[in-house]
Design a protein around this ligand. Structure first.
Ligand SMILES: Cc1cc2nc3c(=O)[nH]c(=O)nc-3n(C[C@H](O)[C@H](O)[C@H](O)COP(=O)(O)OP(=O)(O)OC[C@H]3O[C@@H](n4cnc5c(N)ncnc54)[C@H](O)[C@@H]3O)c2cc1C
Length: 388
């Protein structure tokens, strides 16, 4: 596939790191249900945490394709490490880069890009998931500060994050309700802010997912991110880009499971021959590789549109939706090809199968992606852009 020499260099670097440093500890992180904190400084040394951001803010100044490829390669070894990088970059850092004032960017981007701490984004609440317009966290104007109260749920990276981009209602009368939401930056040590329950998850157990609690959390006025009451746009734009990175995460996890399945099918013998000789197994391999190849084209296509500055909202939804379904199907076939061994924790496909399910839920469920795609079809027709 047509990628730049810089993209190829990042792929080699990320692949080596994933094989050498991540794959050997993936099972342990899954079992202990926590990210190995040593990965953060190790990844910082190689510049992982700031790949697509300008050097003036501490980033590596590379394109989004390099970042997407890095997420793919890390996820091929371990989905938890992949989602940690994806949530940090696309959810925790992007909104500050895209909507922050110059002062906010100067203050918050360098430590994020250097991996001094991670970034996180808190949109989801116990009663507001797909319907983010139902946000209940409230921010009240108190003269020289904002006072926030509310709870966020399922927030990735919380345990290691230093900054959190949070959605809160600033105009309770606004209709539709999405016009009364604003974005805020919370720092980990802000008074009234705390990390709540750590979720005991099915998969991606090596990534941190917690509640966030704001109890009379007082923020200086300059923590408003973007314009007052325009926060919904901040979050929707952020999710558009985030979808490309979850597409890359799904692609990587699926590719990792396929790698294992192909290898196993050549080694495992039944009826006096390798099981890859059986047509039933070959069909699973062929279907998996075909769908992974299609996912890669969709994910890279969306990343290219993003890099060029073209509209990428629908392409990101295509990519995330297709790659997520593919990831679950490919992981299912990988377990099937392993037979009983695929059900045993010693074999990585068991973990990958559990990790895969999140792809169809996080950053918009499959059903919400179909809504996003269908609305765009009705509004813009198809194809909306000349295909390149
Ligand atoms: C591991 C993990 C990490 C996450 N990380 C983050 C994070 O970092 N930050 C963050 O803000 N959130 C995060 N989330 C939250 C995630 O984005 C939400 O779980 C997701 O958006 C779905 O919301 P929900 O769980 O409330 O499900 P609901 O919205 O309650 O959906 C339940 C079901 O109803 C369906 N449904 C809902 N509305 C419609 C509709 N209009 N049409 C058709 N079907 C519909 C859904 O598709 C789904 O099948 C994370 C979640 C998980 C599990």
């Amino acid at each position: 596939m047509d990628i730049s020499s810089e993209n190829k260099m990042v792929r080699e670097m990320a692949r080596d790191f994933a094989r050498g440093e991540v794959a050997p500890i993936a099972e342990k992180m899954d079992e202990e249900a926590k990210l190995d904190a040593d990965l953060i400084p190790k990844m910082a040394e190689l510049g992982f945490w700031g790949i697509p951001w300008p050097e003036e803010y501490g980033g590596a100044g590379m394109d989004v394709m390099s970042y997407i490829i890095a997420v793919e390669e890390l996820s091929r070894a371990d989905g938890s490490t992949g989602i940690t990088l994806a949530a940090h970059t696309s959810l925790g850092t992007y909104p500050i880069f895209a909507f922050g004032t110059e002062e906010q960017k100067q203050k918050y981007m360098p430590p994020l890009c250097k991996g001094e701490h991670l970034g996180a984004m808190g949109l989801t609440e116990p009663d507001a998931g797909s319907d983010a317009g139902g946000t209940k966290t409230i921010a009240v104007d108190d003269g020289d500060s904002w006072i926030l109260n509310g709870t966020k749920t399922f927030i990735t990276n919380s345990e290691h994050a230093g900054t959190f981009v949070i959605a809160a209602v600033t105009d309770t009368e606004a209709r539709p309700k999405t016009r009364g939401i604003s974005a805020f930056i919370i720092e980990r040590d802000d008074k009234g802010f705390s990390i709540g329950k750590h979720e005991n998850k099915m998969g991606l157990r090596g990534s941190s997912t917690t509640e966030l609690i704001m109890e009379d959390c007082r923020l200086p006025k300059d923590r408003l991110l973007g314009e007052l009451n325009k926060g919904f746009t901040v979050f929707m734009k952020t999710l558009d880009g985030g979808r490309i990175s979850i597409g890359a995460l799904a692609l990587g996890v699926g590719q990792g499971a396929f790698d294992e399945a192909l290898k196993y099918s050549q080694e495992r013998e039944q009826f006096d021959q390798a099981i890859c000789n059986f047509q039933g197994v070959q069909w699973m391999l062929a279907d998996s590789a075909t769908k992974l190849e299609a996912s890669r084209h969709l994910v890279y296509h969306a990343a290219r549109r993003y890099t060029r500055g073209d509209d990428y909202s629908r392409e990101a939804a295509f990519a995330k939706y297709f790659a997520a379904v593919t990831c679950r199907e490919v992981c299912n076939d990988a377990v099937q090809i392993h037979g009983g061994y695929g059900y045993i924790k010693e074999f990585p496909v068991e973990r990958m199968y559990r990790d895969a399910k999140l792809m169809e839920i996080g950053e918009g469920t499959n059903e919400i992606h179909k809504l996003v795609i269908a609305r765009s079809l009705i509004r813009n027709g198809y194809p909306a852009h000349d295909f390149e």
